[in-house]
Write a protein that binds this ligand. Sequence first.
Ligand code: NIG
Ligand code: FE
Length: 412
Amino acid sequence: MTSYFINIKSLNCILPKNTKSLRGKDLNNINSIENAFLIVENGLIADYGKMDNLSLPENTQYIDIKNKMIFPTWCDSHTHLVFATSREKEFEDRINGLTYEEIALKGGGILNSAKKLSEMDEEALFEGALNRIRELEKLGTGAVEIKSGYGLSIEGELKSLRVIQRLKKETRMSIKATFLGAHAVPNSYKNNRNAYIDLIIDEMLPIINSEKLADYIDVFCETNYYTPIETDKILRAGIAIGLKPKIHVNQFTSIGGIECGVENNALSVDHLEVMQEKDILKLQGSSTIPTLLPSCSFFLGIPYAPAKKLIEADLPIALATDYNPGSTPSGNMNFVVSLACIKMKLTPQQAINAATINGAAAMELNDKLGSITIGKKANFYITKPMENIAQIPYYFGNPQIEQVYLQGELIK
Ligand code: NIG
Ligand code: FE
């Protein structure tokens, strides 16, 4: 099946096939063709170019999208979208003065979500997650990483990971699965945390390995959660069964999580709201992608990651949502891109690149997604009539998306 998109006002984020990620000056550049065509064949990008160079075969159907632009879909490399229920009670508690950490210490937070997930069967969990995926597709997201981490038991973690596998099969979204058994220490192991770490390593990981339930391993390396030494131990066990690390670090405190991630060749280190100079130095010269989650900062009222500094340090930052019921009940990448511009002072070009090709790199999908490139998946969105690409972040809260195509098919 071949589809022709013609008279495109501008076709954006065109990159050579071998581009892994963008940094430095390249991050601030969006390569576009004005008055362009795009040809999609069997779900892939088959060709593109200037309208002047298009010879449309006779009697061919085409889609005329004049006045509108085309962009590759967002690549959201950090979410926790498999969860049982919302947590607006904690939202109200924070409005009334409690902090995220105080709520967690009272048994709210991740442990609250784990209790709810243990009470929900796999089917209901799947349905909820599928609805969230459908909502993200309409918002222009075409690839998503999803973590477990609200199970915190063998049964709960496996249930979550199986839901992610089903989402992989039953949607057109490109999905990567991350095992986050070490998201918090369950209450029943409060006085024997080592036994829980052993459970992760000796019981959960072997099943995950034999059933191929995950692509990556994550740990919440943070004060009151997991220390860098514990993180290192869990990551090594994951690496031994082929899971690359993608970890939570420096959300509230800088305690050596970045060093631990880089030493273990993490694909990404995520959050980075609280950074020291040595953390940035550690990232330089590594292949680890710093992933920033501005809508988490927005929702919790915590600092924003020092995006400009990281760019000046020549690092290929990625932007993601962190979609989860506690710190970011939104998977809207359009809003993330707006916040990155408004609060982190990224240029629209930097933010869009960080949310597409660099997000794809943070899921090792950069050879298939994240740009307009011949041979990549035809995952793209058509904007509303638009004058300038800066209108994407400018109209915050109002996604400039009219239609979304995933693998060449229109999302209805
Ligand atoms: O990335 N920080 C750790 N995990 C999530 C929040 C989890 C929750 O509150 O449910 C995050 O912000
Ligand atoms: Fe997270």
